[in-house]
Design a protein around this ligand. Structure first.
Ligand code: PAF
Length: 287
């Protein structure tokens, strides 16, 4: 017989959230946090399990954060499925879901923004200039509300992970940032909420992204000059069926800086963003 997990408590107000967190704090429990925008999949469950292995209580948030989307982006189209999300979270060992509405996170009159340089510049920052300021703002707010001991971020959004590490240090937020490896399907496609937009034909194209990046990574590791590696990977992605490439780039793994000598002479990461129809996919891997 299958035993389903008990329903997950969901809180929507800051007062209810603080009451629960306060109780756990008084009991001396260690709190792990996994921020999400919902439309959860196995990739997120890996993050929840990671948090559960390191903390006594796991809090997840589901909040589709408007400040990290530009007006023309897919905020309105972003999938919303709270009941399914809550059931998955409960099954993976989550103890509490914080699912605020937009007015709770950004009440009328809210006037504070966070501007970031460093790892927020270039790559995603060139194509989605509002993204990392929005992520920094919402994650800082969530850290202040939840006061977790640790928070888990997926390597799938590698630049986001670097940005989170940066502002957590810069703003002296007392939260340990833990990276969790990208979960992939049987074809190596990085799991993403946006994969749900893909038709079967588009899915087939999407599944070739990781192979192209792996091949380019081998070329970069062999010492080939990076402009040629990046150009070939760009062409390979178009040939594979991607409609448009925002970037495919090899960067220093430590801080995402460009290699001055144009060869990968230190630990490197290859990162890409590419479009199939109206869907934008990102992926990255260590070289
Ligand atoms: O990675 C995401 O889903 C979002 O950028 C995050 C970290 C939940 C902030 O809205």
């Amino acid at each position: 017989m299958m035993h389903s997990a008990p329903p997950l408590p969901i809180v929507r107000s800051v007062a209810d959230l603080r009451a629960q967190i306060g109780e756990w704090r008084r009991q001396g429990l260690r709190i792990g946090f996994v921020p999400t925008m919902g439309a959860l999949h196995d990739g997120h469950m890996g993050l929840i399990r990671e948090a559960a292995s390191r903390a006594d209580r796991v809090v997840a948030s589901v909040f589709v954060n408007p400040t990290q989307f530009a007006p023309h982006e897919d905020l309105g189209r972003y999938p919303r499925q709270e009941a399914e999300d809550a059931a998955m979270l409960a099954g993976a060992g989550c103890h509490l879901l914080f699912a605020p509405d937009v007015e709770t996170m950004y009440p009328p009159g809210a006037a504070t923004t966070i501007a970031m340089a460093g790892p927020a510049l270039g790559l995603e920052g060139d194509f989605r200039p509002q993204m990392f300021g929005g992520v920094a703002l919402v994650v800082t707010k969530l850290f202040n509300l939840i006061q977790p001991d640790l928070a888990i971020f997926g390597e799938k959004d590698f630049q986001q992970l670097m940005v989170v590490r940066r502002f957590t240090a810069d703003l002296d937020l007392p939260v340990e940032i833990v990276a969790s490896p990208t979960e992939r399907d049987g074809w190596g496609l990085a799991l993403s909420s946006r994969n749900a937009y893909l038709s079967p034909e588009q899915l087939e194209i999407a599944r070739r992204l990781n192979g192209v990046l792996a091949e380019a990574g081998v070329a970069a590791a062999s010492g080939r000059p990076l402009p040629g590696v990046e150009k070939d990977a760009y062409a390979a992605l178009l040939k594979t069926g991607f409609d448009r490439i925002d970037y495919v780039a090899v960067r220093r793994a430590e801080d995402l800086a460009v290699f001055r000598n144009q060869v990968a002479d230190a630990p490197a990461r290859i990162l890409a963003a590419a479009w199939i129809g109206k869907t934008r996919l990102i992926d990255n891997m260590a070289i």
